[in-house]
Design a protein around this ligand. Sequence first.
Ligand code: DQA
Length: 152
Amino acid sequence: MSAVLLLNGPNLGILGRREPEIYGTDTLADIEKAVAEEVAVKGWDVVSVQSDSEGDLVRAVHDHHDSTVGAIVNPGALMIAGWSLRDALASYSPPWIEVHLSNVWAREQFRHESVIAPLAGGVVVGLGSFGYRLAAKALLHLSEAATTGPRS
Ligand code: DQA
């Protein structure tokens, strides 16, 4: 079965109780369920990896390269200087979408640039956990476009 890699970086394992006024009350398990619901229309599965360590995320990108049809990546604070995650994603050939729950541009200056964003197929920002659903829909759309040619 084809699968989507759902990759979440540091501090995203405690969603639900982490600054809920910024990140909402949905847990990572809720998000995994939502993404699974979206991609089930294609018969895709979800492989979810969350780690507070960059090396684990790099390894996950390598390990799932051949077995996944796309990825949804919330790098957390690794957006700021996660160069090895950036390099791992540079060699990940399926499409992938970057997600941030919060509107990073409405926050501190240090969150205004993502080192991985220039490589992403798209970026969803500021829509809370719903952003992961949108990213899943985007992967479905990109996969469709890849087989039928570009559409608006
Ligand atoms: C985040 C935004 C990052 O700046 C922050 O470090 C996070 C969460 C988000 O989803 O809004 O950990 O990626």
